[in-house]
Design a binder for this molecule. Structure first.
Ligand SMILES: [Mn+2]
Length: 321
């Protein structure tokens, strides 16, 4: 289902085959695509007799919504990740910065970057990148096929987690997406339960948080060449003890605004703001985010910024011109 070059696929398989020890790195603030990819790769490598660890730099714990994924026994705390391995693989991380403190594991290492972000900066020694792929797990599915890896129920569970999340529950699809989904479903996975846990389960506190945050939403009709920007601000005080899953869900509501082509959610963090951008059909927010120091996909991207949120909004409006 993907368009990676045959040579890149062959090289990736050869690297994975030759390695006895592998570290798989997921991106910070992990989503189900990076974790599903990391765990699927770990399961497949372990079955082939390879010693493998999977890690991500922050936060300290795996998000609750992902604890039911197969392969979590391969997850390793960042400070326990081996420093000397035959191969370091990164999954779904568009730049070295997305690896956080674990980025230094690439120094002097043979590395394989597996990804689908079109803003990928090609920061490894080898790359398997398909910007047309729906998810990094779809890139992995094609890699498994090329390597004759049998995709059983456990692997299908991990691959489906990334596919259903990155396609927005199969909203953003292309020819072949549903064929891949069908293959994964045919292994007997409980797709409804996986999807509910990943995308449709929030604690009650999510509702009053949405009330506060959505109440702060603003529409800027003149922005983005008069196509419109809608944004909302998620302050620490709004969040309380809520999880990343609740915070990340906000943009999916904000982006439905009819009067705006572009949606943004400013999420307060230790250093300032982490910003999620979404576009519907015309504006390329990958370019916008890259201009502001981040990256992503054409219709879904992000970046971080310091300072007042008012200044951050003004800078975004300027970048969208
Ligand atoms: Mn992804």
């Amino acid at each position: 289902m993907t368009d990676s070059s045959a040579a890149d696929v062959r090289t990736a398989l050869d690297l994975l085959d030759a390695a006895s020890t592998v570290t798989v790195l997921c991106h910070v603030q992990p989503d189900a695509d990076t974790i599903g990819s990391g765990l699927a790769l770990a399961i497949a490598l372990d079955r082939a007799g390879t010693s493998v660890q999977v890690s991500f730099a922050t936060p300290a714990r795996l998000p609750d919504s992902m604890v039911g994924l197969p392969g979590t026994e391969f997850l390793t705390a960042p400070d326990e990740v081996r420093t000397d391995v035959d191969l370091v693989v990164t999954v779904d991380a568009g730049s070295r910065e997305r690896l956080g403190a674990l980025g230094d594991r690439l120094d002097g290492a043979v590395s394989l970057v597996i990804d689908h972000h079109r803003s990928n900066t090609r920061y490894g020694t080898h790359h398997l990148i398909d910007p047309a792929a729906e998810s990094t797990t779809a890139v992995l599915a094609a890699l498994f096929d090329a390597g004759n890896v049998v995709v059983d129920r456990d692997l299908a569970h991990c691959l489906f987690a990334g596919l259903v999340t990155d396609t927005g529950s199969f909203r953003w699809v292309r020819p072949g997406t549903h064929l891949l989904a069908e293959r994964l479903l045919a292994t007997g996975i409980d797709a409804a339960a996986i999807t509910r846990s990943l995308l449709d389960t929030h604690p009650f506190g999510w509702l009053p948080m949405l009330g506060r945050v959505l109440g702060s939403a603003r529409l800027v009709p003149d922005a983005a060449g008069a196509r419109g920007l809608v944004y909302a601000v998620v302050r620490r005080a709004d969040v309380g003890g809520l999880r990343s899953e609740e915070i990340e869900s906000v943009v999916d509501i904000v982006r439905t605004t009819a009067e705006a082509e572009v949606a943004a959610v400013f999420k307060e963090n230790d250093h300032g703001w982490s910003v999620s951008l979404r576009a519907k059909s015309v504006v390329d927010v990958s370019t916008t985010a890259t201009r502001l120091g981040g990256g992503g996909h054409r219709f879904s991207a992000g970046y971080t910024v310091t300072g007042d949120v008012e200044d951050a909004v003004a800078a975004l409006v300027a970048a969208l011109e």
